[in-house]
Design a protein around this ligand. Structure first.
Ligand SMILES: *Cc1c(COP(=O)(O)O)cnc(C)c1O
Length: 371
């Protein structure tokens, strides 16, 4: 029996194989592999897709966050508020620049940053100055960006969106990544816009910030070999840029297919199953389709016996992971919603190339659970 995977980057390659092979061959033959025509074109095309004026490509999504933080001058002695229910990359980026991550709870319905807990944390903060807030547009759904942006303004903290799971998602009609000073994207192969390797990008409409990012991303060079400031090395390569240009052309259709699969899953009304709530006023692009269930292990075994893979994003909140537990501060009252949901969530298979037959197999297996 062929197992249905949770994500399937290989299927996305095969769906556009001829075009991708041609793009790769074009780069190989060009003799130019770093920061050339493909990267420049991709940056323009992706900025325009997102509704931002500038895009600065990077080697990964983690690097995109690090680059924004460094370009804003955030480092040791500063605090940055984000969530514990996210990819470790979000918190790792804050830690990498030497700032202190302050973690707040998520809303139990949207699974994204709770503006209430954020406000409480900002109001009660007496420690290091909070210089930035990083809401995560998790699973393909925008966080409550309007309230978060207002709180950022009121407390003088930059809002930086982590958009690694939300390419093409919107909030009140605007693309994610444009509510604050900048947005960070990852092009890890399983993301909604995935490369055939690593990649990432910063988007911003702030020219000064864009210029700082461009300097820092390559050793602080404006002129080759002359470092005008301290920098790093984080570059998207020409091959990945060429691949991403092809895939960007199919991103809207791919997100629509994800949304169609989500609508079919949502029809499965079973008392044991809690579906993701529709997100009013925003376009959810279902990077993950995450249900909540009490008997999670039993459901996963049942699906597995029916040839269906599942995943848990994320099983352990970051403040409970050995690598970061003593490097983060929690908002007042702790993170009860985060603690509760991580024991109940499970991701069902969802990817654009998933066949209707496979979607119905998942629906069938969900419907027979517990019988
Ligand atoms: C994937 C991901 C990242 C990091 O991306 P990399 O390209 O793997 O560094 C950051 N934040 C979130 C929410 C992610 O899902």
């Amino acid at each position: 029996m062929k197992t249905i995977p949770v994500a399937n980057p290989g299927a996305s390659y095969h769906a556009h194989k001829d075009e991708l092979d041609r793009a790769v061959a074009r780069v190989l033959a060009s003799g130019w592999y770093i920061m050339g025509h493909e990267v420049q074109q991709f940056e323009e095309e992706f900025a325009s897709f997102c509704g931002a004026s500038e895009c600065i490509s990077t080697g990964s999504g983690t690097d995109a966050l690090v680059l924004i933080l460094r370009a804003l001058g955030i480092g040791p002695g500063d605090a940055v508020v984000t969530v514990s229910h996210t990819a470790v990359a979000t918190v790792a980026a804050v830690d990498l620049v030497g700032a202190r991550p302050v973690l707040v709870d998520v809303d139990p319905v949207s699974f994204t940053m709770s503006p209430d807990h954020l406000e409480e944390t900002l109001a009660s903060s007496s420690g290091l100055p909070i210089r930035a807030i990083i809401p995560v547009n998790l699973y393909g759904r925008a966080a409550d960006l309007e309230r978060i942006a207002r709180l950022g303004e009121r407390y003088g903290a930059w809002v930086i969106e982590d958009c690694a799971q939300a390419h093409g998602a919107t909030y009140e009609g605007r693309g994610v990544g444009t509510a604050g000073i900048a947005g960070a994207f990852s092009f890890y192969p399983t993301k909604n816009l995935g490369a055939l390797g690593d990649g990432g990008a910063v988007i911003t409409s702030n020219e000064g910030l864009a210029a700082r990012c461009r300097l820092i991303k390559q050793y602080g060079w404006r002129t080759r070999y002359i470092s005008e400031t301290r920098g790093m090395n984080t570059r998207l390569d020409e091959l990945q840029a060429a691949v991403l240009r092809v895939k960007l052309g199919y991103l809207r259709a791919a997100n629509e297919r994800r949304q169609a699969i989500a609508r079919v899953y949502r029809e499965v009304a079973r008392p044991y199953l809690t579906h993701p709530e529709p997100a009013p006023g925003s376009d959810h692009v279902f990077h993950q389709y995450v249900v909540q269930v009490d008997a999670r292990d039993e459901l996963r075994s049942h699906l597995s016996a029916n040839g269906i893979d599942t995943a848990i994003l994320y099983p352990v909140p970051i403040h409970r992971q050995a690598g970061y537990a003593d490097r983060v501060t929690l908002g007042p009252g702790g993170l009860p919603a985060t603690e509760r949901l991580c024991g109940r969530i499970v991701s069902l298979p969802i990817y654009p190339e998933m066949s209707d037959a496979d979607v119905m197999k998942v629906v069938g297996a969900l419907s027979t659970f517990g019988q």
